[in-house]
Write a protein that binds this ligand. Structure first.
Ligand code: ADP
Length: 453
């Protein structure tokens, strides 16, 4: 069943139910009130005749002869009926009623006659015994029910109209949403949902659009990544397969140097796969950090010698300025080493002979700072903002033989993020670059639990 019909039916059923309820309550309460009103109009008359009957009873000491008395004083016109305490009729202008019992529904509604606080009889308006009263009552009830029925009918019509309006306003965005979901399932993110107002439906459309945007971005990223990975794998695989194919065709054993070249390609492949694995773990938040308080100078001295040897072999001037012996940082030692080596290796890679690399550390109340500055090829301003993307390599570095895969800085940034810190790069083309990392002294609860976001 369509939403429009469902909502209209529910509204009409609700209107009918409340109409019936109002009808029943009105008939019960208003009919009683109407009876009371009618009875009150007779009360003045009953009051007058009560005095006459009480005088009669006081004089005679009983109701004997009251019927005759009634006819003599002309009670026919006054329209009153007298009964004893048991409801037996003592006087009625219609003689047939005398001696019968007052009907049950009227019995409690009589006017009590008292002598010295003792009830001696009950007076009723004669109209209560005739059809007039009932007819008036029925007419009143009929008129009231008619009015209620008319009201219910009009409200039902309104309910149907409101139901249609309401369901159209709900169903249209839902229909759009369904269509958009189907389009998205087919990979089409081109059209966004129209926003209907600022209510919950508007919020839903807005959230859906932002979800679609995110999905589109991540789909593009995934596609881009697959393309990048295939591209990166192709070169070493091509070298390996063509060399092996040639060897098989020629049926000649490989020279040791050739094996070494092939082995280098295998190592490169393994490194690439390892880096990819590392990055995806970090980005998915599955990498665990084992953070401790590190005294930086002592920690750095372990691999400083290796860096100095590398600098010497490349004829690069390596300067280390560790500020003081009391520089501490709160990090996972293995991961911190990865961050430092990625940055320093990049500096070596993109700095020519005779250049200089300066490593600095310092700290303030909030955290630990580490920077690597070089006098290398530098990075163009428009490329600077992209260097932390996966597989991104600047034009300059692509032309160099010793360029890496373009994953190093993406991994470095993911590691720094996992520590709750930040990394920034400043550079000038042909003048050099400086990469600065900040790690907080204390991290939030998630990081404290060694979980990477
Ligand atoms: P790669 O493995 O190619 O070095 P990275 O992710 O480490 O990949 O770096 C991304 C790109 O950023 C590099 O290809 C290079 O173009 C640029 N880059 C990184 N560090 C430097 C640097 N110190 N000087 C100049 N360019 C750099």
């Amino acid at each position: 069943m369509k939403l429009t019909s469902k909502i209209s039916i529910i509204l009409v059923v609700l209107v009918l139910m409340s109409g019936c309820l109002i009808g029943i309550l009105c008939v019960e309460n208003v009919s009683d009130a109407f009876d009371d009103y009618l009875f009150d109009t007779y009360e003045v008359m009953l009051d007058e005749w009560a005095r006459t009957f009480v005088a009669y009873y006081s004089y005679h000491g009983s109701w004997n002869g009251v019927e005759y008395f009634g006819r003599v004083v002309g009670l026919e016109q006054s329209g009153v009926v007298l009964s004893d305490l048991n409801g037996r009729i003592l006087y009625h202008f219609d003689r047939d009623y005398v001696g019968r019992h007052v009907p049950q529904e009227i019995f409690s509604r009589g006017y009590l006659l008292r002598v010295d606080h003792n009830v001696i009889g009950i007076l009723y308006p004669a109209a209560l015994f005739s059809d007039t009263f009932t007819v008036m009552q029925e007419e009143f009830s009929k008129a009231m029910m008619g009015a209620i029925a008319k009201g219910v009918l009009i409200i039902s019509l309104f309910a149907i109209l409101i139901g249609i309006g309401l369901s159209v306003s709900i169903a249209t965005p839902l229909k759009d949403l369904t269509q958009a979901t189907k389009r998205m399932a087919k990979g089409d993110f081109s059209e966004s949902l129209p926003i209907y107002g600022s209510d919950e439906i508007g919020d839903l459309s807005r959230s859906f659009n932002s979800m679609a945007n995110e999905l589109e971005k991540s789909t593009e990223l995934r596609q881009q990544m697959v393309a990048d990975i295939s591209h990166e794998l192709r070169t070493p695989l091509t070298v390996l397969s063509s060399k092996l194919e040639f060897t098989l065709e020629q049926n000649t054993p490989l020279e040791m140097e050739e094996v070494a070249v092939l082995y280098d390609e295998v190592i490169r492949l393994r490194g690439l796969v390892g880096e990819l694995q590392d990055l995806s773990k970090l980005e998915a938040g599955h990498a665990m950090l084992d953070k401790t308080l590190i005294s930086f100078p002592a920690y750095f001295s372990d691999f400083q010698v290796l860096l100095e040897a590398e600098a010497e072999s490349r004829e690069i001037d390596l300067r280390v300025d560790l500020a003081s012996d009391a520089v501490y940082c709160y990090a996972d030692p293995k991961r911190l080493k990865q961050i430092i080596l990625n940055l320093v290796n990049n500096a070596f890679r993109y700095t020519a002979e005779g250049g200089a690399i300066t490593i600095r550390t310092w700290q303030d109340a909030y955290g630990f700072y580490f920077s690597v500055q070089d006098t290398g090829i530098g990075i163009a301003p428009d490329e600077l903002e992209r260097i932390f993307e996966r597989f991104y390599r600047t034009d300059q570095s692509r032309h160099r033989e010793n360029g890496g895969s373009g994953l190093g800085l993406a991994i470095t940034k993911a590691l720094v993020d996992a520590h709750g810190g930040w990394i920034k790069a400043e550079s000038q083309l042909q003048a050099g670059s400086i990469f600065t990392v900040w790690l907080p002294h204390w991290t939030d609860t998630k990081a404290e639990n060694n979980e990477v976001n």
